[in-house]
Ligand binder design. Structure first.
Ligand code: NAD
Length: 513
């Protein structure tokens, strides 16, 4: 297939003035393999892209290694200035980048732009961080000795991103890695390569103007060829991988075998507990956004609702009423809140899970069908669905992450039981409790409460801010990205012992005279 960008994509790239950037041009070079990109909104072709040969992959990696060697010599605050300039460039093109996200993965305009805003936010965060890569000093047990820790750049960082956050996931990693003195090689999802091309083109242009043209690079190709080569590549001391638990297990295995580091951000199975003391005016909209927003295609999507048995009927009624008002359709049209699923496979997964839930005794309260919204030809649209678990309160299918808008409803009697249910799945990413009883909320946040990386009180499971460390436990992989001290993953720690006396003293009182 001849490589090409569709007129719609060309127009956006032209407005962003990136048509001549290396990342954009490279995908139009003749090559052995190509990938087609279509929009989940209506199936319209968006591009046919040339994928990387092994030779090109090798060239990119060699360039990234060289870029790292130059970049690590630049003082960290100066590195911060480059990240600030990237943030400014993204700010300028927020609307267009957001539109590519929407076209390519089907997010609403507001959510597409919200994702790009996260990139801007993390660039701001990283700028401040560039002056705060603090090490500790600690007292030595020996006279005239001093001990300190320093943080040094780690190397070229490999970033694998999932389709559903095609812009922000890279930024959470790349902006921190850059101030830490690392170069970045990005392997995006083939379901969302255009956002990656455009984003990297902007960042690489800014870096090239500062004399570092290979600081941000991309490799693109099938998982079994380029993906496997990438994770096995010893030149990448850290692989930060976002995606399914299945993918994370493979990355963990391959990277672990070569004793590299991996930072894994994998599947979730978010639960919300609703107590009878909850303020439902706060809880209901938070649950609806958490469960149906982004068409259920967030790692932090609310997939399980655990409601006090005395209020469950009322909560279900209110949710059903809210779900009936959700406008499903072309996400580019304002007012449509639920866009398409990414592809036919995702629709099959949605139908399969609903079928299984019914077989297991669940009752569909609302939704559950494939829909063809008016005015859209093609696309992969489904109705957000609520399924009530049977009286036994057991529904095995709810243990799996189905990447679609399905919310399973369970009941509980005591908050301890609700917390146990929250924790009784393999994944451990996001969780929430809606309650005005401080004893319950504090128990939920305590060491015997939620076992997830994110535990919210009177706020839904999805929609994290960049300031906190983001990630989850158990099958979610244990990685932390974004704010707080997540930057430490992108550096190597060095402990220094400095002696300024004239008598050698050994630690632990050892004599060796
Ligand atoms: P996926 O696992 O199919 O793909 C994710 C990425 O991994 C893609 O870039 C893919 O090409 C790559 N990949 C797959 N196999 C590989 C291999 N052997 N070697 C190298 N790369 C490989 O996931 P997806 O469908 O794109 O995304 C949805 C999943 O991602 C969901 O499970 C969701 O919960 C998860 N996710 C997690 C987070 C988080 O922060 N925890 C964020 C977003 C998405």
């Amino acid at each position: 297939m001849t490589p090409t960008y569709s007129p719609a994509v060309t127009e956006i790239f032209q407005r962003m003035n990136i048509l001549r950037e290396r990342d954009v041009v490279a995908r139009m070079q003749p090559g052995a393999a190509t990938a087609s990109v279509t929009s989940p909104i209506d199936g319209a072709p968006l591009a046919t892209l040339t994928l990387d040969s092994v030779e090109r992959y090798e060239d990119v990696l060699a360039r990234s290694v060289k870029a790292f060697d130059a970049w690590r010599r630049v003082p960290a605050p100066e590195r911060g200035l480059l990240v600030r300039a990237i943030g400014e460039e993204v700010r300028k093109h927020k609307a267009d980048l957001g539109r590519i996200v929407s076209l390519e993965v089907g997010k609403s305009i507001s959510e597409g732009q919200g994702e790009v805003q996260e990139t801007i936010d993390i660039a701001d965060f990283a700028l401040g961080l560039s002056r705060q890569l603090y090490g500790l000093t600690m007292p030595s047990e020996r006279r005239n000795y001093r001990i300190q820790e320093q943080w040094h750049p780690l190397g070229p960082i490999g970033v694998i991103s999932a389709f559903n956050f095609p812009n922000a996931v890279w930024a959470w990693n790349a902006m921190l890695a850059a101030v830490c003195g690392d170069s970045v090689v990005w392997k995006p999802s083939l379901l969302a390569p255009l956002t990656a091309i455009a984003t990297n083109a902007l960042a690489a242009r800014v870096a090239a103007a500062a004399g570092h043209p290979d600081l941000f690079t991309i490799v693109m190709g099938p998982d079994d060829v380029i993906g496997e080569r990438f994770i096995a590549d010893k030149r990448l001391p850290l692989i930060s991988a976002t995606g399914s638990t299945r993918m994370g297990r493979r990355v963990g295995e391959v990277v672990g075998k070569r004793l590299g580091r991996s930072l894994l951000e994998l599947g979730g199975n978010g639960a919300v507990i609703v107590d009878k003391s909850a303020d439902l005016a706060v809880a209901i909209p938070s649950i609806v956004f958490g469960a149906a927003g982004t068409a259920g295609q967030r790692c932090t999507t609310t997939r399980r609702l655990i409601v006090h048995e005395e209020i469950v009927d009322g909560v279900c009624d209110r949710l059903v009423r809210a779900y009936k008002q959700l406008r499903i359709g072309n996400p580019l049209i304002e007012g449509n809140l639920v866009g398409p699923l990414i592809n036919k496979r995702a629709v099959d997964g949605y139908l399969h899970a609903i079928g299984e839930a019914k077989k297991q005794g669940g009752t569909v309260l609302v939704g559950g069908e494939v829909v063809k919204p008016a005015g859209v030809d093609g696309g992969h649209y489904v109705q957000p669905c609520i399924i009530r678990a049977p009286a036994s309160n057991v529904l095995d299918i709810a243990r799996e992450e189905t990447f679609a808008p399905i919310l399973y409803v369970f009941t509980y009697k005591s908050v301890e039981q609700a917390i146990a249910m929250n924790n009784a799945v393999d994944q451990g990413l996001s969780s929430a409790i809606f309650s005005t009883d401080v004893r319950q909320t504090e128990l939920f946040l305590s060491g015997v409460g939620s076992d997830c990386g994110i535990a919210n009180v009177n706020a839904g499971t999805s929609g994290a801010e960049i300031g906190g460390a983001f990630g989850g436990e158990k099958d979610t992989g244990g990685g932390r990205e974004s704010g707080s001290d997540s930057w430490k993953a992108y550096m190597r720690r060095q402990t220094n012992c400095i002696h300024y006396g004239s008598t050698v003293v050994l630690a632990q009182g050892i004599r060796f005279d």
